[in-house]
Design a protein around this ligand. Sequence first.
Ligand code: ADE
Length: 269
Amino acid sequence: MNFHILTLFPEMVMNGLNTSIIGRAVQAGLLSIEAVNIRDYAFNKHQSVDDYPYGGGAGMLMQAEPVYLAYEALAERIRSRRAGARADFSSSDNTAEERRPRVVYLSPQGDVFCQSMAEELAKEEDLILLCGHYEGIDERVLEEIVTDYVSIGDYVLTGGELPAMVMVDAISRLVPGVLHNDVSAEFESFQDNLLEYPQYSRPEEWHGKKVPPVLLSGHHANIEKWRREQSIIRTYERRPDLLEKSALTDKEKKWLREWAGQNSGEKND
Ligand code: ADE
């Protein structure tokens, strides 16, 4: 999968994404991440890319033209790379080449990013992430190039770079091979809208707290059952909103009602 980040701060995103798991996946050729500096497409001699908003108001806006030129150059590079790949493999499928890549504009006004969105975007071959800065970007270029508006939460950041990094991280780890352990992306927080169960490592006892005995039993079916129950309890206690969307069996729902009845008020005791 290829990420293309349109930004005024390329070093910020590249420094943040070249370490650990994502950095290794890039080294291994499973992902590519490039940052395109919008300032390189400034059309005046001072290389400025921002200006005052019409109608007045605080701050500066990123102008339409440099963003558009940066996007056009990038889209053309992607198109010719795809055309080259098609010629190499003499495939008759030209749909991917013709279809323009999705362009995500990071904005607090977008749909709130979530795991299912990450799963959907992980299927793309190329993904363009457009980062605004200052007070945002001239609306006209957004209308022309943006396909998706995405927010990472209901708070306002100084720019789209951190949200872009969050998205690259969450999407990348779903690309096959990025997590060496293929099962771990599947069976964790937010899969089936359940939070992950608690985990323990050595030593068996730490600060007087013992590892739950079932985990030392070697009995796999019991361990699976305990983990599923812990996931359900955790979600019930910490994110009850998710529980409504999870696919609990009737038996599990009944079990949870009983558990909740026995444990109600425990935290206040
Ligand atoms: N830009 C500024 N704040 C943002 C947010 N919460 N999500 C995405 N992009 C943003």
